[in-house]
Structures are given as structure tokens and as C-alpha cells.
Ligand binder design. Structure first.
Ligand SMILES: [Zn+2]
Ligand SMILES: [Zn+2]
Ligand SMILES: [Zn+2]
Length: 336
């Protein structure tokens, strides 16, 4: 093993500490290297020197001797070289535990990243437990996501069977994580549905302006243009006998709501008359009557949906806008 030979070479330079592993192996090392790398090892070496321990022996227990060799190798190297990634992978969970216990931050981050990247459902429960013990939030989150995504595979793992039999707290924690994930999914579904509605209303506002523009709407019904539904609604509004009667027609009501919404998002200055019917009427009404909170929120969300849609239509779109729009419009498309 390469790390053993490295340590052998270093051992020649007057080693002053012996590291004892769980299976009784003894590794010669240098106190200044270990003490510089880890404040916990520094204290252990200090304590060993103060006692009868003339040889200065410290014990690194609970992991295999190969993992201890790898751990010491990285303490000597002070970094993980690209060609040594494999060594981190081979001892990932043990290196994570050691670097957490002996407070070697940079190695802990490297080990956590390595374990997180190679996480499989079979080990998700064990690694979740390790992540909790070692205070490794990235790994914890990944385990929780994996359990929520592929619980049937997690359920078949030895880790889950063990937790069910012997660790009720861990079982409860995982079930709680799954419930949280379900609740999150439901909330996202609700948000997606309302985003799609705001997007449709934003498109309806564009269609209104298009229908009443100077060029007018000349779209053929056979092409099923986006303005077709509005044109049918307006035709109904023009001829509906019930629009003035008490408890009147819901379709006419919807038409008026759309005109009101247009007036709320219309940014044409007062000296330029707007071509959309009732725009000035609703604008005057807006000045005199304060709209309720729900309506103000609706106006804000529709305005934002239109702004996003227009920005995304430009050729040079900032990456952030393009990403948000892709998510936004795919949500809309899915729920339609
Ligand atoms: Zn049209
Ligand atoms: Zn009607
Ligand atoms: Zn207007």
C-alpha cells in the first residue's frame, strides 16, 4: 500500500509517537505533524507525555488499521491530491468519522463529499446515522433525499432492518423525513398549479392588448391562437342578456375581471388613451376604491409572470432568468 511505504519513509526520521490501532498494529509517527494537523491529537500527545508513557503512545480505535494508515497519510500530506481520491473513496466513512473526532476540517469536508457522491440506497440509513453523529449536513440531506426518492430500495437494506429492530429513534427520524418530503411535494404541486394560473392570466393580458391593438386580431380560428378563447368570451359578453341582471352570468363576470386586471397591470400613461375597453374606468375606480389584499397579490403575481415571460423572450437572457423561466414554464406546461 502506498501510504504505508510513505509512512515507512517518514518513520526513519526519528519518530517520537506510536499510534496503536484497534487490531493491535503499531505505527511510528511524528508528534509535530499530528499535533499541527489536529488539536485533539495535540492534547492526546501532551497527556501521553505528561504520564508514565515514556514512549508516547496514542490509540486511534474503532476503525480498521488501513483506515488509520490512510488518515495518517493525509495528515502528513495536508491535502488530498487528485491521484489520492481513490484512497478517500476506499475509506470514506471511516475517514469522515476520524476527521470529525480529531477535528481535521479539510479532510472531513473531502470525506463527506466523497461519501455523498457515492451514496446508494443500500447504505443510506447507515450513512444517515453517520452523518448525524459526525455533524455532516450535506451527507445528511443527501441521505434524506435518497430515502424519500427510493424508499423501496432503502427499505430492503440491512441498515433499515437493523434500525427497525434496534433503533426506534432512527426509524422515527427517517419516517419523519419521509413525511416532510411528502408535505414538501404537496406544497410544490400547489405552487406549480397557482404559477400556471398566473402564467395563463399573464398570457390573457397580452391577448387583450393584441385583440384591441391598432392592427386588431386577424388570427384564424382554425389555427387555435391564444386569443381565440378571449374572442369567444367577448362575443358572449357583447350579446349576453343576463349581464345586467342581479346574480348575473359568471362568464360575463370573468370578462369584467379580466378588464379590471388589465387596468391594474396597464402601464400606459394617463395622457395616452388605452385601447382596451374599460381600462380608464377601472383605473379611476382604482384611485378611489382601495383594492383588497388578495386582488393586490394577484396583480403582483401576474405582473411578475408577464415580466419573466417577456425577459425570457429576449435573445440575451441572464442565465438566472433563463433557469427560472425554464422551471416556471415547464411547471405550467405540466399542469395544463
Ligand atoms: Zn389574435
Ligand atoms: Zn354572460
Ligand atoms: Zn390599459
Amino acid at each position: 500500500m502506498t501510504c504505508c511505504s510513505d509512512l515507512d519513509a517518514l518513520r526513519a526520521a526519528a519518530a517520537d509517537v506510536r499510534v496503536i490501532t484497534s487490531d493491535g498494529k503499531s505505527i511510528a509517527a511524528h508528534s509535530f505533524v499530528l499535533a499541527t494537523a489536529s488539536p485533539v491529537l495535540e492534547r492526546m500527545i501532551d497527556r501521553a507525555r505528561r504520564g508514565w508513557n515514556a514512549e508516547c503512545t496514542i490509540h486511534l480505535l474503532g476503525v480498521t488499521s488501513d483506515a488509520v494508515f490512510a488518515f495518517l497519510h493525509f495528515l502528513y500530506a495536508s491535502r488530498v491530491a487528485p491521484e489520492e481520491e481513490e484512497m478517500v473513496t476506499a475509506h470514506g466513512p471511516q475517514l469522515l468519522a476520524l476527521s470529525h473526532a480529531y477535528r481535521v476540517g479539510w479532510l472531513k469536508r473531502a470525506a463527506e463529499a466523497s461519501v455523498t457522491a457515492r451514496l446508494t440506497p443500500e447504505h443510506a440509513v447507515d450513512m444517515l446515522k453517520l452523518a448525524r453523529l459526525c455533524d455532516a449536513p450535506r451527507l445528511y440531506l443527501r441521505c434524506a433525499r435518497l430515502a424519500a426518492k427510493d424508499f423501496s430500495a432503502v427499505e430492503r437494506s440491512d441498515g433499515w432492518c437493523f434500525a427497525r429492530r434496534h433503533d426506534a429513534a432512527l426509524e422515527l427520524e427517517i419516517l419523519q423525513l419521509l413525511e416532510d418530503a411528502d408535505r414538501r411535494r404537496e406544497r410544490w404541486a400547489r405552487e406549480r398549479a397557482s404559477q400556471a394560473a398566473y402564467l395563463q392570466l399573464g398570457e390573457a393580458m397580452d391577448s387583450l392588448e393584441h385583440i384591441f391593438s391598432d392592427d386588431g386580431c386577424t388570427c384564424a380560428a382554425a389555427d387555435a391562437p391564444p386569443c381565440l378563447g378571449l374572442r369567444l368570451l367577448m362575443r358572449h359578453y357583447a350579446t349576453c342578456a343576463r349581464k345586467a341582471s342581479p346574480g348575473w352570468c359568471t362568464r360575463c363576470k370573468r370578462m369584467l375581471q379580466l378588464f379590471r386586471l388589465h387596468a391594474s397591470v396597464c402601464d400606459r400613461p394617463a395622457d395616452q388613451p388605452c385601447c382596451v375597453p374599460l381600462c380608464s374606468h377601472f383605473k379611476v375606480k382604482k384611485e378611489t376604491e382601495k383594492a383588497d389584499k388578495t386582488w393586490r397579490l394577484l396583480v403582483k403575481k401576474v405582473g411578475r409572470a408577464r415580466a419573466m415571460s417577456r425577459l425570457a423572450g429576449r435573445e440575451a437572457v441572464p442565465e438566472l432568468v433563463a433557469m427560472s423561466w425554464a422551471r416556471y414554464s415547464s411547471r405550467g406546461a405540466k399542469s395544463r
